[in-house]
Design a binder for this molecule. Structure first.
Ligand SMILES: [Zn+2]
Length: 470
């Protein structure tokens, strides 16, 4: 009989979902490398053994690919010492040295069997494991619904691990292009012909930066589909002031604990009229909502409805990331024009493209990290009746990223304004005179302080939403 087939719910208890056999999960991260949601769902459904074999193969593949790339790169090298063909007029004529893979491997292991390749492999595997564990923690709030957080963390871990196939493929593709170009360049260096791959270089750099920065979005897609589908238990009406259960208190009475009148807690339009963005999602409402979030979080979250669908909040957040990328790129363009006068157009292009992806990516990591700290605190202290509310708060908090953006842009401009061009020495002097610190200290301390304020904002937010009835 098919265990997953139709059955009579009244006659038999619902069977636990049967994990597919281990071999079935084997190639999932590769086969569905470009379908993150399918890969994540299959990896979450896999048996423990199936998951670890499949993920373990990906973990081993990453150092194998890297070691192979380094091996390949070392197969063609340039010897800059005097070659037999050298003359007194050109004593440093480079000569190309070509070795087979076996020869390179032997040279790597001159001092024993545990060469740097093995150490790299161990380091990469540990690093990859730590990264997956960290990313899973960042997404705990996205996956968790109710009950203990442990199973949700395991689901998040598996979903993040399902993206490893794509990471291996991207490393292989970009690494092969880089090594092939490098080797071709080395081979031509031995001849009279001079050749340079400078045109491809910046393009490749932008491709790599874009891939690294889009990876979080990819993981986000994978993770969002692996929720268990549990609905939290229905919540009784609460006093907005102290959380007292108002089930048995008269509608026109007062809370017996804190004296707040019941109508003010239970009248939706009075207590929580919502926010402009959720009423009418247009650019003006987006700006007004963002302003309200940044300037007065207590008021904003005090008026926000928490039991409405999450989608508008997610769109609010996505728009912030998109605008952040565009503003970052435009800022970089004008900044480079002002300080450099487009002296190096390739560099300007590279920086503008990099900022288009890097500004949202750095913002994303900061945003999710602070959000995960807050969510972990709320979960371990059982401070929120429904985790979905935390997701809403985190989504609306994206607006606060603009404070980081403005601060860092101001530092850039400050540096440029000191004498009309970007001179590290003048920035150093300015920072010492104004803050009594070095530039990197100003950068670090300022951003750390903003992170601390952010945690404080989450504290404000939870106080405003904790006993929400709407
Ligand atoms: Zn009360």
């Amino acid at each position: 009989m098919d265990a997953n087939g139709p059955h009579d719910d009244t006659a038999f208890p619902t069977p636990a979902p049967v994990a597919p056999p281990a071999w079935h999960t084997l190639g999932v991260p590769w086969r569905y490398a470009f379908q993150p949601r399918t890969a994540a769902t299959l990896m979450v459904a896999a048996s423990r053994r199936g998951f670890w074999i499949s993920f373990g193969l990906c973990l081993l593949a990453i150092p194998c690919v890297l070691v192979w790339l380094f091996l390949w790169a070392d197969m063609v090298t340039v010897d800059w010492s005097a070659s037999p063909a050298a003359t007194t007029s050109a004593p440093w004529t480079p000569s190309v040295v070509e070795r087979s893979a076996a020869e390179v491997w032997r040279d790597w292991h001159t001092y024993g069997w545990l060469g740097w390749a093995e150490w790299t492999a161990i380091g990469v595997v540990l690093g990859a494991l730590a990264t997956v564990a960290f990313m899973a923690w960042l997404h705990l709030g996205t996956v968790h619904e109710s009950g203990p957080a442990g199973p949700s963390y395991r689901r998040a871990f598996r979903a993040v691990a399902s993206v490893s196939g794509l990471v291996v493929l991207a490393t292989l593709v970009f690494g092969s292009i880089i090594v092939a170009l490098d080797n071709a360049e080395d081979r031509l260096r031995g001849t009279d012909r001079t050749v340079s791959f400078d045109e491809i270089g910046p393009l490749l750099a932008v491709g790599i930066i874009a891939t690294i920065c889009l990876l979080p979005a990819w993981i986000g897609r994978a993770v969002r589909d692996v929720r268990q589908g549990l609905t939290p238990p229905p919540l009784p009406p609460r006093c907005e002031g102290c959380g007292y259960d108002l089930t048995h208190v008269a509608a026109d009475g007062r809370c017996t604990e804190c004296g707040l009148d019941v109508a003010s807690s239970l009248t939706p339009d009075l207590r929580r009229p919502g926010c402009p963005w959720e009423d009418e999602p247009d650019p003006l409402a987006w700006l007004r909502t963002s302003y309200a979030v940044i300037v007065s979080p207590a008021t904003f979250y005090g008026r926000l409805r928490l039991r409405t669908p999450e989608r508008p909040a997610l769109h609010f957040s996505l728009w912030h990331y998109a605008v952040l990328g565009i503003v970052g790129a435009v800022f970089m363009f004008f900044f480079m024009m002002a300080v450099d006068g487009a002296g190096d157009s390739e560099l300007v292009c590279l920086l503008v493209c990099a900022f288009l992806f890097a500004a949202p990516a750095v913002g994303w990591i900061t945003h999710r990290f602070i959000g995960a700290v807050a969510t972990s605190w709320w979960l371990t202290h059982a401070m929120l009746p429904d985790v979905r509310w935390a997701r809403k708060v985190i989504a609306y908090e994206t607006a606060y990223l603009w404070i980081f953006g403005l601060y860092n842009m101001a530092l850039f401009i400050l540096g440029a304004l000191t004498d009309g061009r970007f001179a590290p020495e003048s920035v150093r002097t300015l920072c010492r005179n104004v803050f009594g610190m070095r530039p990197e200290e100003v950068l670090f301390c300022g951003n750390s302080l903003l992170c601390f304020f952010w945690l404080w904002r989450y504290r404000t937010a939870i106080r405003a939403i904790r006993w929400s009835n709407f």
